[in-house]
Ligand binder design. Structure first.
Ligand code: ZN
Length: 171
């Protein structure tokens, strides 16, 4: 297992669309393990393969204690699709690829996700609240969408300016 470097906004690779996974082979298993390891080390609640430079439709989310959906600490979802979304909620989000920013984003409150497991078998899960937010955030990454795309343009511009200043100070 390895901790992979996480791409940071505004890296253009974060804007690419990820490919559908078709082979559930050893390489995919290895990437899933590294992805999980990287997420837990960060630590983060979720991580998408494109965030570590692999344009594949795979995400991992961290489990919570006594959660029956998780046989392990981490759930891996491959080719996830939201099949049903209901309600609305506002939640403060951050992202391992977006340094030093937390903002409220409005998402669906309850979702149903169809996905494949690492064994290639189709599965379905329902999620609400925080977990629904995390899933929507990570699935967005597979389409090149970041949570800052969901905040106001003014807030985004302020953040961009702040980031440029930070980068200048670091240089
Ligand atoms: Zn993110």
């Amino acid at each position: 297992m390895a901790i992979l470097p996480i791409l940071k906004y505004p890296d253009p690779r974060l804007r690419e669309k990820s490919l559908v996974v078709t082979s559930f082979d050893h390489d995919l298993q290895a990437l899933a393990l590294n992805l999980a390891h990287t997420m837990l080390a960060a630590p983060g609640a979720g991580l998408a393969a494109p965030q570590v430079g692999h344009l594949l439709q795979m995400i991992v989310i961290a489990g919570v204690e006594n959660d029956e959906d998780f046989d392990d600490q981490v759930l891996t979802l491959i080719n996830p699709r939201i099949s049903c979304a209901e309600g609305e909620l506002s939640w403060e989000e951050g992202c391992l690829s977006v340094t030093d920013l937390n903002e409220n984003v409005i998402r669906a409150k309850t979702i149903q996700v169809n996905y494949k497991g690492l064994d290639g078998q189709s599965r379905q899960m329902e999620a609400w609240g925080r977990r629904a937010v995390i899933l929507q955030h990570e699935i967005d990454h597979l389409n090149g969408i970041l949570f800052i795309d969901h905040i106001s343009r003014l807030k985004r511009d302020i953040y961009r300016r702040r980031l440029k200043k930070l980068q200048k100070e670091e240089a």
